[in-house]
Ligand binder design. Structure first.
Ligand code: SF4
Length: 190
């Protein structure tokens, strides 16, 4: 029997009858145990522009002395995009979430410095705001070369991420048009 026909045989009902037992209830019970006490959060895979929907299962009853743990991530069966499926990259999301190497805070590398230094979100936002203001003051054009009103910046561009939904993109557009930023690219297809 070839490997592929053996696999088909084991997956079929014939194998269940031939061996005299049915593993499906046991498999269902294992799956039930794995997620039976979790809370579910709906999210989007961050890896590519397909934007597959995922369900994140988190263990922990939100008590103050309990650290929540992501124990399982699967495709969202109610998503019209992926209908419960995930590619090999997406199915490994749990490892990404739980990785000790995952970046969870802003890093700053000062001009000329070799190393990145962790900074607070407040410091990061303050630095970004100061740089945007400085660039806008230097690059804002009220009129073009022909004297027409344009109110735009030529020295700042903006990019978005693959998990940005319509609502986020709406707010991003308001923000960039408010500043006068025209170049914008986003791989989101949500
Ligand atoms: S599961 Fe795969 S195809 Fe879907 S968004 Fe993630 S990386 Fe892209």
């Amino acid at each position: 029997m070839s490997p592929s026909s053996r696999r088909r045989f084991l997956q079929s009902g014939a194998a269940l009858t031939a061996f005299g037992f049915d593993l499906r209830p046991a498999q269902a019970a294992v799956r039930e145990l794995k997620i039976s006490r979790t809370t579910q959060t709906h999210s989007v895979c961050p890896y590519c522009a397909v934007g597959c929907s995922v369900v994140i299962h988190t263990l922990g009853d939100k008590a103050r002395n309990v650290k929540p743990a992501v124990v399982h991530i699967e495709g969202d069966p109610e998503s019209p995009i992926n209908r419960g499926t995930l590619c090999p990259k997406g199915i490994s999301l749990k490892e990404f979430v739980n990785s000790p190497r995952r970046l969870t805070r802003p890093l700053y590398r000062a001009p000329g410095a070799k190393d990145w230094t962790p900074i607070s979100w407040e410091e990061a936002f303050t630095k970004m705001a100061a740089r945007i203001k400085k660039s806008r003051d230097a690059g804002f054009k009220a009129k073009d070369d022909q004297g027409r009103t344009v109110n735009r910046l030529d020295n700042i561009a903006m990019i978005g991420g693959c998990t940005d939904a319509n609502e986020v993109n709406f707010l991003m557009s308001k923000f960039r048009f408010g500043l006068g930023i025209l170049p914008y690219e986003n791989q989101a297809r949500l």
